[in-house]
Design a protein around this ligand. Sequence first.
Ligand SMILES: [Fe+2]
Length: 248
Amino acid sequence: MSPAASPVYDPLNEYKPLGPDIGIVDGPLEYFTTAGVRIPLPFSTRMTVVRLKNGDLFLHSPIAFDAGLAERLRAMGTVRHLVSPNQFHYAHIGEWARAFPDAVTWASPRVRARARARGVDVQFKRDLPMDPPDEWRNDIDQTVVPGGYFGEFVFFHKHSKTLMLTDTIFNLEPDKIGQPWRFAAWLTGMSYPNGGIFFGMRLPLLLQKRKTRAAVDKMLAWEPERIILSHGRCFETNGSAVLRRVFV
Ligand SMILES: [Fe+2]
């Protein structure tokens, strides 16, 4: 990594409002491990926080627990929903659940098995349903992007017209990553400003054309303005145009 390249989105562990009742918190760097091997690519982590109209907070892809952040959130509302949108973004839900024992932990497909296999201490109370549950249906809609192993639930905050993606689209800023990852991100079409579908999802999406089409149609019908991503720079405007460029 070049000396100037920092994949971190400072400041960390601070709530950054993006619109009414919605914001993000950027967290520390983490490493992906597979088959017990740590891949030497640090990636940034990001959580989305939505305050529902009833005052409950919906935490999407919670970052590592931080006591100061928890206090900040406590002042905003009741930490109620801890959501793992896919089987990769779950590792800190147990930490938040221990601090907020009344919160509901929501499982994505295969996440329980993954947590068990890796010895991550987390108990999931509910499974994410295909349609939004009563707890947040007035504020947030949802669907599933069928990426096979990488499949994920995606969410739409109606009031702010914000689409919340996790790993479906990467938009990695070249200045923030070193070689060879910078070249790899460019080569695979996942570089800012024209980030695209995570390369690991492309074949599964092609193989499940009908389900993919249904998910894309649903996301387009929402007419999102902003798109929040877990990795890279979010799209602040023209979300629908981004979806059409990437998927259609
Ligand atoms: Fe991810």
